[in-house]
Write a new protein. Structure first.
Length: 270
């Protein structure tokens, strides 16, 4: 009877590592990253006691890459290895294949972009909450002129400030990456919609999602963390973020100060 993917056991190992099989291949879940192995890149699976070794295909004369999961159930490890190897035995293509591009690492740790978006959103929400509280206090005191003043002026200053900060800080990050980071070309992957892969300095292929762009895009990352990738904006967008963002930040900051002074004056008079 042929081996089916659904019949293979799920292996749970040391440190929360989980190795499973699905329709796209093998998935190794680790605490801070996920590795997806498509069948075209696999050479064989070796069960050595309570350890399982995932050996990738390699060009002739090169050493194959090996991924490892330890402290799994020994019987399950043997069943898993035998099942996957039985499926791979039906392959008819050449063995002279580099399996590295077929083992894609996706980081689960928050990237600079994720942390930046969270901080921008948090700051904008706190600012908006302050405006709402000001309107509630002004309304409770019967100072409706301040409410009518806060909605357009405070709202415009709030929106402009955070849009400007987003553009300026992102443009600054892009400039730093162009000067000190590593720039590589990412290629569209077939494993999921909007997925791209790129190689790091060690030859490991890393994946990320970026929506639908071209077949290849330029990405940049810090030298010390190849998983923290950012897709730089086009040159025109970068200029707009830099200069229009700076104008918005300066102008809206002045407008916020003016609004604060006027609000204090209204409230004191009230």
């Amino acid at each position: 009877m042929p081996t089916s993917i659904s019949s293979l056991p799920v292996l749970r190992g040391r440190g929360g590592a989980v190795l499973s099989a699905d329709d796209i291949g093998l998935v190794l879940d680790l605490p801070r990253e996920q590795v997806t192995f498509t069948p075209d890149g696999l050479r064989r699976i070796r069960a050595e006691g309570r350890s399982v070794l995932i050996e990738l295909r390699a060009k002739a004369g090169t050493t194959p890459r090996v991924h490892r999961i330890d402290d799994v159930d020994e019987a399950a490890a043997t069943a898993f290895a035998d099942g996957v190897n039985a499926i791979l035995a039906n392959r008819t293509d050449s063995d002279d294949v580099d399996g590295a591009p077929f083992a894609v690492v996706r980081s689960l740790a928050p990237t600079w972009r994720t942390r930046f978006h969270r901080r921008i959103l948090r700051g904008a929400l706190w600012h908006l909450l302050a405006l709402v509280v000001l309107c509630v206090v002004a309304g409770a005191l019967g100072t409706w002129d301040l409410v009518l003043l806060t909605v357009p002026i405070g709202g415009f200053a709030w929106l402009g400030l955070w849009l400007g900060l987003y553009g300026v800080i992102r443009a600054r990050r892009e400039r730093w990456l162009y000067r000190h980071g590593v720039t590589v070309t990412a290629t569209r992957a077939t494993m999921s919609r909007g997925a791209y892969v790129y190689p790091d300095a060690t030859g490991t292929y890393r994946g990320f999602l970026h929506g639908e762009a071209g077949p290849t895009i330029t990405v940049a990352h810090p030298p010390e963390d190849p998983a923290d990738v950012l897709v730089p904006a086009p040159p025109f967008t970068h200029l707009v973020n830099t200069y229009a963002g700076a104008v918005l930040v300066l102008g809206c900051s002045a407008l916020i100060v003016l609004h604060a002074v006027m609000a204090a004056d209204f409230l004191l008079d009230g």
